[in-house]
Write a protein that binds this ligand. Structure first.
Ligand code: NAP
Ligand code: ZN
Ligand code: ZN
Length: 348
């Protein structure tokens, strides 16, 4: 076993504290990654605060992992020591089911092994990226392009792929009008990626406080959903709306913004059920759908796309002792636009 410094929480609302965790010894196809940065995704917060239930404590969150290969198992071919590598939301799956064979490992019909808060194939809990090292099968690690800094690359492993996948699936391209709902960690990557794909991009945020940033990152338009005339002004504008909202809102007014046959893609995971008014569905022939990160091959495609277009995340780098404060700031929409933990600050 390999002992690794980590940060863990022992219960909902308990502060993060140092914890030494054990990583397995390297199997033939495993790599050991020295983690440089770990992003803080809102999903970490939902899990740590038990908003989704079923949290396994002590919990070491973190599924936006960027680092460098420290050692490799005997049969590893994909990586060499010193290569840059990333790990996203899952670290294994059955590899045999229909969905795994299609490259949709996040939808494994047997069991996707999530990077944290799951029991691994050996029955031990998985621990995520708020730690200095991780052991992962080479097939579930990604190649990080050299042109993207490791701090800016870490959030691509969840926020980047979560936006790239539905934007591709719903044909984001020149001539299409795309709205990104929420200008947070996912939202700001959505703006960058949709712009790079050539679409006309609109941000719908609660206020105009982040308007200048939104326009700088590639949005063509920016509206505050709190302004009473925003919804009237926009009319039936959008081919696609991708909602990253972490909290429940009334969906009807947003569905009304779709063109005929437009798609509302929900990627946000608020605590409560979404209520869909039938009128908006019928009148817009709206497609209301969702999307869950992306498979390994598509994640690599996204990383290569980001490298080609010079895209990384806008990050605020924090030390390991600032995780609790960062969580509160994310919940208050006060992050520009992703916190990443510098794991060097976890040394004892
Ligand atoms: P985030 O950085 O906190 O961004 C969420 C945004 O939602 C905020 O910036 C804010 O946008 C908006 N928002 C928050 N509270 C709101 C409220 N009460 N009313 C209206 N808007 C509100 O979070 P994130 O990391 O991007 O994650 C967003 C959601 O996606 C979370 O629920 C997370 O669990 C989920 N998620 C899903 C996937 C997937 O694969 N489907 C992957 C990762 C994350 P403004 O400040 O612009 O108003
Ligand atoms: Zn995430
Ligand atoms: Zn499978």
């Amino acid at each position: 076993m390999i002992s690794v410094n980590a940060r863990a929480t022992t219960g909902p609302r308990n502060p993060f504290q140092p914890l030494v965790i054990e990583r397995r010894d390297l199997g033939a196809h495993d790599v050991l990654i020295d983690i440089a940065f770990a992003g803080i995704c809102h999903s970490d917060i939902h899990t740590a605060r038990n908003e989704w239930g079923e949290a396994l404590f002590p919990l070491v969150p973190g599924h936006e992992i960027a680092g460098t290969i420290a050692s490799v198992g005997a049969s590893v071919t994909k990586f060499a020591v010193g290569d840059r590598a990333g790990v996203g939301c899952f670290v294994d799956s059955c590899r045999e089911c229909e969905n795994c064979r299609k490259g949709e490992e996040q939808h494994c019909l047997n069991k996707t092994i999530w990077t944290y808060n799951t029991r691994d194939k050996d029955g031990r809990p998985t621990y995520g990226g708020y730690s200095q090292q991780i052991v992962v099968d080479e097939n579930y690690a990604l190649r990080l392009p050299a042109s993207i800094g490791l701090d800016a690359a870490a959030p691509l492993m969840c926020a980047g792929i979560t936006m790239y996948s539905p934007l591709r699936r719903y044909h984001t391209e020149p001539g299409k009008s795309v709205a990104i709902l929420g200008m947070g960690g996912l939202g700001h990557m959505g703006v960058k990626i949709a712009h790079a794909m050539g679409a006309e991009v609109t941000v719908l945020s609660q206020s105009l406080s982040k308007q200048a940033d939104g326009l700088r990152l590639g949005a063509d338009h920016y509206f505050a959903t709190g302004d009473s005339d925003t919804f009237d002004k926009l009319g039936r504008s959008f081919d696609v709306i991708v909602s990253t909202l972490s909290a429940n809102v009334e969906l009807g007014p947003y569905l009304d913004l779709l063109k005929l046959d437009g798609a509302f893609v929900n990627v946000g995971m608020p605590e409560h059920a979404l209520e869909i008014p039938p009128g908006a569905l019928v009148q817009r022939r709206a497609v209301v759908t969702g999307s869950l990160i992306g498979g390994i091959a598509e994640t690599q495609e996204m990383l290569d796309f980001c490298a080609q277009h010079g895209l990384g995340s806008e990050v605020e780098v924090i030390g390991a002792d600032q995780i609790d404060e960062a969580y509160d700031r994310v919940v208050n929409s006060d992050v520009r636009y992703r916190f990443v933990i510098d794991t060097a600050t976890m040394s004892a």
